[in-house]
Design a protein around this ligand. Sequence first.
Ligand SMILES: NC(=O)c1ccc[n+]([C@@H]2O[C@H](COP(=O)([O-])OP(=O)(O)OC[C@H]3O[C@@H](n4cnc5c(N)ncnc54)[C@H](OP(=O)(O)O)[C@@H]3O)[C@@H](O)[C@H]2O)c1
Length: 231
Amino acid sequence: MPVAIITGASKGLGRALAEALAARGWDLVLDARGAGPLEQAAEAAAGHGARVEALPGDVTDAGHRAELVAAARKLGGVDLVVSNASALGAEPLVRLAELPLAGLRRALEVNVVAALGLVQEALPLLRESPAGAVVAVSSDAAAEAYETWGGYGASKAALDQLAAVLGAEEPGLRVWAVDPGDMATDLYAAAVPDDDEPRPAPGSVVPAFLRLLDERPASGRCAAPALAEGR
Ligand SMILES: NC(=O)c1ccc[n+]([C@@H]2O[C@H](COP(=O)([O-])OP(=O)(O)OC[C@H]3O[C@@H](n4cnc5c(N)ncnc54)[C@H](OP(=O)(O)O)[C@@H]3O)[C@@H](O)[C@H]2O)c1
């Protein structure tokens, strides 16, 4: 069975992806800081017959990242790393003039440094996989100048660039930065609590991610809505 490590898998997009991969026969190593919701997500994935290791911890902890990869090695290796856990830098989001620098540092640490740290730890096993892949969950805030999204957007732009260079440096792998589009999740509610416009459920973008894994297009950046429509 192929093995995926998914960070931030206790809710939102990470949990939806975990369940979908489990239903397709993947074994999983799942991470999030909160143990209770992570355990529930793991049980839901295991209900599809997957072997699931749920390891609570913070992706910024190098020891925890090593544990995630060690758990995947025990399941047989690493075929996919999904860097999905994310920090906003300020909740709710604020304009750059007010953005606490500690918040920006935290967003960079979670969204960029930890994502690269996990890939570095997993690379030897990814290279051994017949279909090794890395998915960096990005955002349109990486490319568009939305007011108040500057710190988070800068971190996602940095993540995009890491993914692009990794794809060039590791031609044997596929490395995709994927903008999932807006989704109704706790992260979005924390970012913009006053926004009451309906947003799609995270499960609605999962088919786009599955399509990537099925079709394995060249490494690069893509947006889930366009992928789902086959554009
Ligand atoms: N929602 C949107 O509209 C939207 C749009 C564009 C991009 N995205 C991206 O989509 C991805 C998923 O976001 P989401 O909206 O699904 O968020 P979500 O529902 O709030 O889920 C975030 C997950 O990450 C975990 N997490 C957060 N910080 C962590 C850390 N330091 N270490 C380990 N786990 C951590 C959370 O659990 P704990 O809190 O228990 O750790 C949770 O499992 C993120 O990369 C986000 O930037 C979201």
